[in-house]
Design a protein around this ligand. Structure first.
Ligand SMILES: [Zn+2]
Ligand SMILES: [Zn+2]
Length: 105
């Protein structure tokens, strides 16, 4: 597959259409991340941050490996920072990612 930069959701959907028929959602989400990068919307579990789309480990709060933490929106967190960060999110962050502010019961 030729690697070219994807700049719009429409473009991405076109690429996915060609390849997604043989993948499940999980595999598709991994492909999306490899094409446009990980989402800022992420899950936090025991200090480890995972991508909200492909579930890949992005870093932990103990080390300095979490490069994108100040920009992150944590799913279910719903604090001021998360809400402010969410406003900066683009379609690249929101695509195939659950609503981070949905109430979890
Ligand atoms: Zn990802
Ligand atoms: Zn937060």
């Amino acid at each position: 597959m030729k690697q070219k930069e994807i700049t719009s959701e429409k473009e991405l959907k076109k690429v996915l259409k060609k390849i997604s028929y043989k993948f499940g959602n999980k595999q598709r989400n991994k492909i999306v991340c490899s094409l446009i990068g990980h989402s800022r919307i992420s899950t936090m579990c025991f200090g480890y941050r995972h991508c909200g789309r492909c579930e890949e480990l992005l870093g932990d709060s103990l080390g300095s490996t979490d490069y994108n933490k100040p920009e992150a929106v944590l799913i279910g967190h719903n604090c001021k920072t998360c809400r402010a960060n969410y406003k900066k999110c683009t379609w690249k962050d929101k695509l195939y990612v659950p609503d981070p502010f949905k109430k979890i019961k």
